[in-house]
Design a binder for this molecule. Structure first.
Ligand code: AMP
Ligand code: GLY
Length: 428
Protein backbone atom coordinates (compact mmCIF):
# COMPACT_ATOMS: atom_id res chain seq x y z
CA UNK A 1 0.00 0.00 0.00
CA UNK A 2 1.11 3.55 -0.69
CA UNK A 3 0.28 5.80 2.25
CA UNK A 4 0.03 9.57 2.55
CA UNK A 5 0.32 10.91 6.10
CA UNK A 6 -0.77 14.50 6.80
CA UNK A 7 0.99 16.58 9.44
CA UNK A 8 4.39 17.79 10.57
CA UNK A 9 4.71 17.19 14.31
CA UNK A 10 6.20 14.65 16.68
CA UNK A 11 2.93 12.73 16.39
CA UNK A 12 3.46 12.32 12.65
CA UNK A 13 7.12 11.35 13.04
CA UNK A 14 6.02 8.63 15.49
CA UNK A 15 3.25 7.50 13.10
CA UNK A 16 5.70 7.37 10.20
CA UNK A 17 8.16 5.37 12.32
CA UNK A 18 5.42 2.92 13.24
CA UNK A 19 3.81 2.59 9.81
CA UNK A 20 7.01 1.84 7.91
CA UNK A 21 7.48 -1.19 10.17
CA UNK A 22 4.39 -2.71 8.53
CA UNK A 23 4.85 -5.04 5.59
CA UNK A 24 1.61 -3.51 4.23
CA UNK A 25 3.42 -0.20 3.75
CA UNK A 26 5.13 0.05 0.37
CA UNK A 27 5.79 3.75 0.01
CA UNK A 28 5.16 6.45 2.57
CA UNK A 29 4.65 10.14 1.77
CA UNK A 30 4.31 12.82 4.41
CA UNK A 31 2.75 16.23 3.81
CA UNK A 32 4.41 18.45 4.80
CA UNK A 33 6.47 16.39 7.30
CA UNK A 34 9.63 17.52 9.06
CA UNK A 35 13.35 16.75 9.11
CA UNK A 36 12.64 13.49 10.97
CA UNK A 37 9.87 12.10 8.79
CA UNK A 38 12.06 12.29 5.69
CA UNK A 39 14.04 9.33 7.05
CA UNK A 40 10.93 7.14 6.59
CA UNK A 41 9.40 8.46 3.41
CA UNK A 42 9.17 11.35 1.00
CA UNK A 43 8.11 14.72 2.38
CA UNK A 44 5.74 16.62 0.09
CA UNK A 45 5.56 20.37 0.40
CA UNK A 46 1.77 20.53 0.75
CA UNK A 47 -0.27 22.15 3.52
CA UNK A 48 -2.64 19.85 5.41
CA UNK A 49 -5.68 21.97 4.48
CA UNK A 50 -4.88 22.24 0.75
CA UNK A 51 -7.32 19.53 -0.34
CA UNK A 52 -6.76 20.15 -4.05
CA UNK A 53 -3.00 19.63 -3.77
CA UNK A 54 -3.59 16.58 -1.55
CA UNK A 55 -5.86 15.10 -4.22
CA UNK A 56 -3.22 15.68 -6.89
CA UNK A 57 -0.56 14.01 -4.73
CA UNK A 58 -2.86 11.02 -4.14
CA UNK A 59 -3.33 10.52 -7.87
CA UNK A 60 0.32 11.14 -8.75
CA UNK A 61 1.65 8.70 -6.13
CA UNK A 62 -1.14 6.06 -6.42
CA UNK A 63 -2.06 6.50 -2.76
CA UNK A 64 -4.18 3.73 -1.19
CA UNK A 65 -4.49 5.14 2.33
CA UNK A 66 -4.66 8.67 3.75
CA UNK A 67 -3.77 9.00 7.44
CA UNK A 68 -4.75 12.36 8.89
CA UNK A 69 -2.61 13.53 11.83
CA UNK A 70 -4.02 16.91 12.94
CA UNK A 71 -7.64 17.93 13.53
CA UNK A 72 -7.98 20.86 11.16
CA UNK A 73 -8.35 18.96 7.87
CA UNK A 74 -10.80 16.60 9.59
CA UNK A 75 -12.97 19.39 10.97
CA UNK A 76 -12.83 21.00 7.51
CA UNK A 77 -14.13 17.80 5.95
CA UNK A 78 -11.25 15.92 4.32
CA UNK A 79 -12.99 12.58 4.91
CA UNK A 80 -16.10 13.81 3.08
CA UNK A 81 -13.97 15.37 0.32
CA UNK A 82 -12.48 11.94 -0.39
CA UNK A 83 -15.85 10.16 -0.17
CA UNK A 84 -17.47 12.56 -2.62
CA UNK A 85 -14.78 12.47 -5.31
CA UNK A 86 -14.93 9.52 -7.72
CA UNK A 87 -11.15 9.64 -8.18
CA UNK A 88 -10.56 9.33 -4.44
CA UNK A 89 -13.35 7.12 -3.01
CA UNK A 90 -11.19 3.97 -3.23
CA UNK A 91 -8.66 5.49 -0.79
CA UNK A 92 -8.95 4.43 2.85
CA UNK A 93 -9.17 7.58 4.96
CA UNK A 94 -8.13 7.28 8.60
CA UNK A 95 -10.15 10.00 10.31
CA UNK A 96 -13.79 10.87 10.96
CA UNK A 97 -16.30 12.71 8.76
CA UNK A 98 -16.74 16.45 9.33
CA UNK A 99 -20.03 15.77 11.14
CA UNK A 100 -18.32 13.40 13.60
CA UNK A 101 -15.20 15.59 13.92
CA UNK A 102 -17.48 18.12 15.62
CA UNK A 103 -16.75 16.09 18.75
CA UNK A 104 -13.54 18.15 18.70
CA UNK A 105 -14.56 21.02 16.41
CA UNK A 106 -17.45 22.24 18.55
CA UNK A 107 -17.39 22.15 22.36
CA UNK A 108 -21.16 22.76 22.43
CA UNK A 109 -21.74 19.81 20.05
CA UNK A 110 -19.60 17.50 22.19
CA UNK A 111 -21.32 18.56 25.43
CA UNK A 112 -24.77 17.93 23.92
CA UNK A 113 -23.59 14.58 22.54
CA UNK A 114 -22.38 13.55 26.00
CA UNK A 115 -25.67 14.67 27.54
CA UNK A 116 -27.68 12.68 25.00
CA UNK A 117 -25.70 9.54 25.77
CA UNK A 118 -25.36 9.90 29.53
CA UNK A 119 -21.56 10.25 29.40
CA UNK A 120 -20.07 11.77 32.59
CA UNK A 121 -18.74 15.30 32.07
CA UNK A 122 -18.79 18.68 33.84
CA UNK A 123 -22.12 20.55 34.14
CA UNK A 124 -22.34 23.35 31.57
CA UNK A 125 -24.38 25.94 29.69
CA UNK A 126 -23.76 27.60 26.31
CA UNK A 127 -24.23 31.24 25.34
CA UNK A 128 -24.05 33.48 22.25
CA UNK A 129 -24.33 37.25 21.67
CA UNK A 130 -28.13 36.86 21.89
CA UNK A 131 -27.87 35.39 25.38
CA UNK A 132 -24.95 37.55 26.55
CA UNK A 133 -26.79 38.99 29.59
CA UNK A 134 -27.97 35.53 30.63
CA UNK A 135 -24.36 34.35 30.34
CA UNK A 136 -23.15 37.11 32.63
CA UNK A 137 -25.80 36.17 35.18
CA UNK A 138 -24.77 32.48 34.86
CA UNK A 139 -21.14 33.41 35.53
CA UNK A 140 -22.16 35.65 38.46
CA UNK A 141 -23.92 32.72 40.13
CA UNK A 142 -21.23 30.11 39.26
CA UNK A 143 -18.81 28.61 41.77
CA UNK A 144 -15.08 29.23 41.23
CA UNK A 145 -12.95 28.39 39.40
CA UNK A 146 -15.16 28.44 36.32
CA UNK A 147 -14.11 27.21 32.87
CA UNK A 148 -14.86 29.18 29.68
CA UNK A 149 -14.43 27.53 26.28
CA UNK A 150 -14.69 29.05 22.83
CA UNK A 151 -16.95 26.68 20.91
CA UNK A 152 -14.74 26.20 17.85
CA UNK A 153 -11.08 25.45 17.12
CA UNK A 154 -8.85 28.16 18.57
CA UNK A 155 -5.34 26.71 18.17
CA UNK A 156 -5.36 25.40 21.75
CA UNK A 157 -5.97 28.86 23.22
CA UNK A 158 -9.75 28.80 23.53
CA UNK A 159 -10.02 27.45 27.10
CA UNK A 160 -9.67 29.71 30.14
CA UNK A 161 -9.91 28.60 33.75
CA UNK A 162 -10.99 31.77 35.57
CA UNK A 163 -10.36 32.00 39.28
CA UNK A 164 -12.42 35.15 39.89
CA UNK A 165 -15.86 36.21 38.64
CA UNK A 166 -14.35 39.45 37.27
CA UNK A 167 -11.82 37.51 35.18
CA UNK A 168 -14.55 35.18 33.91
CA UNK A 169 -16.77 38.13 32.92
CA UNK A 170 -13.86 39.79 31.13
CA UNK A 171 -12.93 36.64 29.21
CA UNK A 172 -16.59 36.06 28.33
CA UNK A 173 -16.89 39.61 26.95
CA UNK A 174 -13.64 39.29 24.97
CA UNK A 175 -14.83 36.05 23.42
CA UNK A 176 -18.42 37.07 22.58
CA UNK A 177 -18.33 40.85 22.10
CA UNK A 178 -14.63 41.24 21.21
CA UNK A 179 -14.86 38.20 18.87
CA UNK A 180 -11.45 37.13 20.18
CA UNK A 181 -11.44 33.90 18.17
CA UNK A 182 -13.72 35.09 15.34
CA UNK A 183 -16.46 32.58 14.49
CA UNK A 184 -14.91 30.09 16.96
CA UNK A 185 -16.00 32.25 19.93
CA UNK A 186 -19.45 33.27 18.69
CA UNK A 187 -20.63 30.57 21.05
CA UNK A 188 -19.08 30.00 24.47
CA UNK A 189 -19.43 26.99 26.75
CA UNK A 190 -19.25 27.76 30.45
CA UNK A 191 -18.60 24.73 32.59
CA UNK A 192 -17.81 23.58 36.09
CA UNK A 193 -14.17 23.07 37.02
CA UNK A 194 -13.25 19.43 37.59
CA UNK A 195 -10.47 18.87 40.11
CA UNK A 196 -8.57 15.65 39.52
CA UNK A 197 -5.75 14.09 37.52
CA UNK A 198 -5.92 14.52 33.76
CA UNK A 199 -5.25 11.45 31.61
CA UNK A 200 -5.81 10.44 27.99
CA UNK A 201 -7.17 7.25 26.47
CA UNK A 202 -6.92 6.44 22.75
CA UNK A 203 -9.21 4.21 20.74
CA UNK A 204 -9.42 3.29 17.10
CA UNK A 205 -12.99 2.88 15.87
CA UNK A 206 -14.96 2.33 12.69
CA UNK A 207 -18.06 3.72 14.36
CA UNK A 208 -19.31 0.22 15.23
CA UNK A 209 -16.55 -1.47 17.19
CA UNK A 210 -13.38 -0.12 18.77
CA UNK A 211 -10.03 -1.08 20.23
CA UNK A 212 -8.17 0.78 22.91
CA UNK A 213 -4.68 1.31 21.54
CA UNK A 214 -3.16 2.91 24.61
CA UNK A 215 -3.32 5.54 27.29
CA UNK A 216 -0.98 8.20 28.66
CA UNK A 217 -0.50 11.05 31.08
CA UNK A 218 0.54 14.33 29.50
CA UNK A 219 2.39 17.14 31.31
CA UNK A 220 0.84 20.31 29.94
CA UNK A 221 2.44 23.10 31.95
CA UNK A 222 5.73 24.65 30.88
CA UNK A 223 7.30 24.64 34.33
CA UNK A 224 8.52 21.89 36.62
CA UNK A 225 6.07 20.88 39.33
CA UNK A 226 3.23 21.63 36.87
CA UNK A 227 3.60 25.39 37.06
CA UNK A 228 3.30 28.23 34.55
CA UNK A 229 1.29 28.50 31.35
CA UNK A 230 -0.25 25.60 29.45
CA UNK A 231 1.56 24.21 26.41
CA UNK A 232 0.65 21.62 23.79
CA UNK A 233 2.36 19.07 26.08
CA UNK A 234 5.87 18.91 27.53
CA UNK A 235 6.13 15.17 27.95
CA UNK A 236 4.14 11.99 28.48
CA UNK A 237 4.34 8.68 30.25
CA UNK A 238 2.63 5.33 29.59
CA UNK A 239 1.29 3.14 31.10
CA UNK A 240 -0.03 5.22 33.98
CA UNK A 241 0.13 3.21 37.21
CA UNK A 242 -3.27 4.32 38.54
CA UNK A 243 -5.03 3.58 35.24
CA UNK A 244 -5.52 0.03 36.42
CA UNK A 245 -8.04 -2.55 35.31
CA UNK A 246 -10.83 -1.20 37.50
CA UNK A 247 -10.39 2.41 36.29
CA UNK A 248 -10.14 1.34 32.64
CA UNK A 249 -13.29 -0.78 33.02
CA UNK A 250 -15.17 2.31 34.17
CA UNK A 251 -13.73 4.26 31.22
CA UNK A 252 -14.93 1.60 28.78
CA UNK A 253 -18.37 1.11 30.31
CA UNK A 254 -19.25 4.71 31.03
CA UNK A 255 -17.40 6.55 28.29
CA UNK A 256 -16.00 4.59 25.35
CA UNK A 257 -18.91 2.23 24.69
CA UNK A 258 -21.60 4.93 24.97
CA UNK A 259 -19.53 7.19 22.71
CA UNK A 260 -19.11 4.57 19.98
CA UNK A 261 -22.75 3.45 20.19
CA UNK A 262 -23.78 7.14 20.19
CA UNK A 263 -21.86 7.65 16.95
CA UNK A 264 -23.62 4.63 15.41
CA UNK A 265 -27.09 5.70 16.64
CA UNK A 266 -26.61 9.19 15.25
CA UNK A 267 -25.15 7.90 11.98
CA UNK A 268 -21.94 9.87 12.46
CA UNK A 269 -19.31 8.27 10.20
CA UNK A 270 -16.14 7.65 12.14
CA UNK A 271 -13.13 5.73 10.84
CA UNK A 272 -10.23 6.83 12.98
CA UNK A 273 -8.82 7.69 16.36
CA UNK A 274 -10.81 9.04 19.26
CA UNK A 275 -8.79 10.76 21.97
CA UNK A 276 -10.67 10.79 25.26
CA UNK A 277 -9.31 13.61 27.44
CA UNK A 278 -10.38 12.53 30.92
CA UNK A 279 -10.30 13.76 34.48
CA UNK A 280 -9.81 11.07 37.10
CA UNK A 281 -11.68 12.31 40.16
CA UNK A 282 -10.99 9.93 43.03
CA UNK A 283 -11.03 6.95 40.66
CA UNK A 284 -14.10 8.11 38.71
CA UNK A 285 -13.56 9.14 35.05
CA UNK A 286 -15.17 12.26 33.51
CA UNK A 287 -14.71 13.55 29.95
CA UNK A 288 -12.94 16.90 29.68
CA UNK A 289 -12.82 16.82 25.90
CA UNK A 290 -12.87 14.64 22.83
CA UNK A 291 -10.29 14.99 20.08
CA UNK A 292 -10.75 13.38 16.68
CA UNK A 293 -7.04 12.56 16.32
CA UNK A 294 -4.12 11.21 18.30
CA UNK A 295 -2.43 13.40 20.91
CA UNK A 296 0.97 14.99 20.67
CA UNK A 297 3.17 14.03 22.56
CA UNK A 298 0.90 11.13 23.65
CA UNK A 299 1.49 9.36 20.32
CA UNK A 300 5.22 9.34 21.04
CA UNK A 301 4.63 6.95 23.98
CA UNK A 302 1.46 5.16 22.82
CA UNK A 303 2.78 3.92 19.46
CA UNK A 304 6.15 2.71 20.80
CA UNK A 305 4.18 0.52 23.24
CA UNK A 306 1.76 -0.80 20.62
CA UNK A 307 3.14 -4.04 19.21
CA UNK A 308 0.32 -4.57 16.71
CA UNK A 309 0.81 -3.58 13.07
CA UNK A 310 -0.84 -0.15 12.80
CA UNK A 311 -1.41 -0.27 9.03
CA UNK A 312 -3.09 -3.68 9.40
CA UNK A 313 -5.33 -2.16 12.08
CA UNK A 314 -6.27 0.69 9.74
CA UNK A 315 -7.12 -1.82 7.01
CA UNK A 316 -9.19 -3.88 9.51
CA UNK A 317 -11.01 -0.72 10.55
CA UNK A 318 -11.89 -0.09 6.94
CA UNK A 319 -13.00 -3.60 6.00
CA UNK A 320 -15.11 -4.21 9.09
CA UNK A 321 -12.82 -6.72 10.83
CA UNK A 322 -11.51 -4.43 13.55
CA UNK A 323 -13.29 -6.49 16.18
CA UNK A 324 -11.19 -9.54 15.29
CA UNK A 325 -7.86 -7.74 15.58
CA UNK A 326 -5.48 -8.77 18.35
CA UNK A 327 -3.91 -5.85 20.15
CA UNK A 328 -0.75 -6.39 22.13
CA UNK A 329 1.50 -4.04 24.03
CA UNK A 330 5.15 -3.85 24.95
CA UNK A 331 5.42 -4.62 28.64
CA UNK A 332 7.94 -1.86 29.18
CA UNK A 333 7.09 1.67 30.27
CA UNK A 334 7.70 4.57 27.91
CA UNK A 335 8.42 8.21 28.64
CA UNK A 336 8.84 11.06 26.20
CA UNK A 337 10.30 14.47 27.00
CA UNK A 338 9.83 17.48 24.71
CA UNK A 339 12.68 19.86 24.00
CA UNK A 340 11.18 23.27 23.24
CA UNK A 341 12.39 26.61 21.91
CA UNK A 342 13.31 29.31 24.46
CA UNK A 343 10.25 31.49 25.14
CA UNK A 344 7.68 28.80 24.21
CA UNK A 345 4.65 28.81 24.74
CA UNK A 346 5.04 32.56 24.20
CA UNK A 347 7.12 34.08 21.40
CA UNK A 348 10.21 32.17 20.32
CA UNK A 349 12.76 32.26 17.52
CA UNK A 350 13.13 29.62 14.82
CA UNK A 351 16.04 28.49 12.63
CA UNK A 352 18.42 27.52 15.43
CA UNK A 353 20.85 24.83 14.43
CA UNK A 354 20.25 21.53 16.27
CA UNK A 355 23.07 19.21 17.34
CA UNK A 356 21.83 15.64 17.52
CA UNK A 357 23.65 12.57 18.81
CA UNK A 358 25.00 10.34 16.02
CA UNK A 359 22.35 7.81 15.02
CA UNK A 360 24.68 4.88 15.75
CA UNK A 361 25.25 6.16 19.31
CA UNK A 362 21.55 5.91 20.18
CA UNK A 363 20.42 2.68 21.80
CA UNK A 364 17.59 0.81 20.13
CA UNK A 365 15.28 1.54 23.05
CA UNK A 366 15.42 5.26 22.26
CA UNK A 367 13.61 7.30 19.64
CA UNK A 368 14.33 10.94 18.90
CA UNK A 369 11.09 12.11 17.29
CA UNK A 370 11.21 15.42 15.45
CA UNK A 371 8.39 17.91 16.01
CA UNK A 372 9.24 21.46 14.92
CA UNK A 373 12.30 20.84 12.74
CA UNK A 374 13.28 21.31 9.12
CA UNK A 375 16.19 20.16 7.05
CA UNK A 376 18.39 22.86 5.50
CA UNK A 377 21.14 21.15 3.52
CA UNK A 378 23.18 19.16 6.01
CA UNK A 379 21.72 21.04 8.96
CA UNK A 380 18.60 20.42 11.01
CA UNK A 381 17.01 23.68 12.17
CA UNK A 382 14.32 24.46 14.73
CA UNK A 383 11.01 25.27 13.08
CA UNK A 384 8.48 25.50 15.90
CA UNK A 385 7.88 25.81 19.64
CA UNK A 386 8.05 22.11 20.35
CA UNK A 387 11.18 20.88 18.60
CA UNK A 388 11.98 17.25 19.54
CA UNK A 389 10.39 14.51 21.63
CA UNK A 390 12.84 12.00 23.07
CA UNK A 391 11.17 8.69 23.90
CA UNK A 392 12.79 5.86 25.86
CA UNK A 393 11.57 2.56 27.16
CA UNK A 394 12.36 1.55 30.71
CA UNK A 395 11.57 -0.99 33.38
CA UNK A 396 9.36 1.65 34.93
CA UNK A 397 8.50 5.28 34.27
CA UNK A 398 11.36 6.69 36.35
CA UNK A 399 13.85 4.52 34.44
CA UNK A 400 12.42 5.52 31.04
CA UNK A 401 12.37 9.24 31.94
CA UNK A 402 15.96 9.10 33.24
CA UNK A 403 17.10 7.60 29.92
CA UNK A 404 15.30 10.35 27.97
CA UNK A 405 16.99 13.02 30.10
CA UNK A 406 20.37 11.43 29.44
CA UNK A 407 19.79 11.58 25.66
CA UNK A 408 18.63 15.19 25.94
CA UNK A 409 21.92 16.06 27.62
CA UNK A 410 23.53 15.29 24.24
CA UNK A 411 21.14 17.43 22.20
CA UNK A 412 21.71 21.16 21.81
CA UNK A 413 20.19 24.21 20.22
CA UNK A 414 20.21 27.81 21.34
CA UNK A 415 17.49 28.46 23.94
CA UNK A 416 16.58 24.75 24.33
CA UNK A 417 14.48 23.93 27.39
CA UNK A 418 12.90 20.73 28.68
CA UNK A 419 11.20 19.66 31.89
CA UNK A 420 13.39 17.47 34.05
CA UNK A 421 10.49 16.18 36.15
CA UNK A 422 8.34 14.31 33.60
CA UNK A 423 6.85 11.34 35.47
CA UNK A 424 7.71 12.82 38.87
CA UNK A 425 4.66 11.27 40.59
CA UNK A 426 5.91 7.78 39.73
CA UNK A 427 9.34 7.49 41.39
CA UNK A 428 9.67 3.75 40.87
P1 AMP B 1 -9.85 21.33 26.36
O1 AMP B 1 -9.45 22.04 25.10
O2 AMP B 1 -11.33 21.23 26.57
O3 AMP B 1 -9.13 20.07 26.56
O4 AMP B 1 -9.25 22.19 27.56
C1 AMP B 1 -7.85 22.45 27.67
C2 AMP B 1 -7.38 22.10 29.05
O5 AMP B 1 -8.10 22.86 30.02
C3 AMP B 1 -7.63 20.66 29.42
O6 AMP B 1 -6.62 19.84 28.95
C4 AMP B 1 -7.66 20.76 30.93
O7 AMP B 1 -6.33 20.81 31.45
C5 AMP B 1 -8.31 22.08 31.18
N1 AMP B 1 -9.76 21.94 31.37
C6 AMP B 1 -10.72 21.98 30.43
N2 AMP B 1 -11.94 21.81 30.96
C7 AMP B 1 -11.77 21.66 32.28
C8 AMP B 1 -12.65 21.45 33.40
N3 AMP B 1 -13.97 21.39 33.24
N4 AMP B 1 -12.11 21.33 34.61
C9 AMP B 1 -10.76 21.41 34.80
N5 AMP B 1 -9.88 21.61 33.80
C10 AMP B 1 -10.36 21.74 32.56
N1 GLY C 1 -1.21 16.76 24.17
C1 GLY C 1 -2.54 17.20 24.03
C2 GLY C 1 -3.10 17.14 22.69
O1 GLY C 1 -2.57 16.54 21.78
O2 GLY C 1 -4.20 17.69 22.50
Amino acid sequence: MNILLLGSGGREHAMAWKMVQSHHCDQLFIAPGNAGTSAFGQNLSIEVTDFTAIKQACIEHSIDMLVVGPEEPLVRGIYDFFQEDAELTHIIVVGPSAAAAQLEGSKAFSKKFMQRHGIPTAAYAEFTADSFEAGKAYIGAHSLPVVLKADGLAAGKGVVIATTTEEALQVFEEMIVGKQFGAASEKVVIEAFLAGIEVSVFALTNGQSYHIIGHAKDYKRIGEGDTGPNTGGMGCVSPVPFMNHSFMQKVEERIIRPTVSGLAQENLKYHGFIFFGLMNINGEPFVIEYNCRMGDPETEVVLPRLKTDLVALFAAMDNGTLEDANISFDERSAATIMAVSGGYPGDYEKNKSITLPAANSIANDTMVFHAGTRQAGEMVLTNGGRVLAVTCYGNNIADAAAKSRAILADIHFEGMYFRKDIGYEFPC
